[in-house]
Design a binder for this molecule. Structure first.
Ligand code: GTP
Ligand code: MG
Length: 183
């Protein structure tokens, strides 16, 4: 709608290296997937325009480096986030175990005043990999999500584009709600 104000929402994607953070963002924004791994260096964002409940929003999605040596920008850009997406790889136990550290570090660095009510979303990625390779069951992930405050939980495949739009729609809704609370 002409003249209607567009809400800018900042979303940040965190998680261990190679869980598929960049791939999820690329699939969501460009509909593309690359099998080849290229480490993210520093952090970068891409914008995505969406309409949520008749509201025009631009979601600024920040893709970050999972490898510590590439976190060259520091973490100052965590500040001002409206939602944080925590990603693990369903075939990588360590990446699942590290979710709470990513969450805790985010809360500290972003200086979140009300940690219990900040919107996090959990994503278990790479569900296309064969069943035998999977190390974290849906039940186990659901239990963690519940224990961290009934966080929305999605299982995705960036490779086969499973559940990507659904997950990011919930991300957008949570971010919008958070932004409205903070206003
Ligand atoms: P860092 O930038 O180092 O933090 O890694 P990242 O989390 O951004 O991972 P990235 O998206 O670069 O993906 C790592 C590797 O996993 C790449 O080889 C991807 O092709 C592969 N990958 C990502 N998502 C999927 C998926 O859903 N299924 C499968 N089979 N492979 C995936
Ligand atoms: Mg990356």
């Amino acid at each position: 709608m002409a003249g209607q104000k567009k809400t800018l929402l900042k979303v940040i994607i965190l998680g261990d290296t190679e869980v598929g953070k960049t791939s999820l963002m690329q699939q969501f924004i460009n509909g593309k997937f690359s099998q080849q791994y290229k480490a993210t260096i520093g952090a970068d964002f891409l914008p995505k325009d969406m309409i949520i409940d008749d509201k025009n929003i631009t979601m600024q999605i920040w893709d970050t480096a999972g490898q510590e040596r590439f976190q060259s920008l520091g973490v100052a850009f965590y500040r001002g986030s409206d939602c944080c997406v925590l990603v693990y790889d369903v075939t990588n136990l360590k990446s699942f175990e590290n979710l709470t550290s990513w969450r805790d570090e985010f809360l500290i660095q972003a200086n979140i005043k009300d940690p219990d009510n900040f919107p996090f979303i959990i994503i278990g990625n790479k569900i296309d990999l064969e069943e035998g390779k999977r190390l974290i069951s849906t039940k186990k992930a659901q239990a963690l999500s519940n224990s961290l405050g009934n966080l929305p939980y999605f299982e995705t495949s960036a490779k086969e584009s499973v559940n990507i739009d659904q997950a990011f729609e919930v991300v957008a809704r949570c971010a919008l709600k958070q932004e409205e609370i903070m206003e």
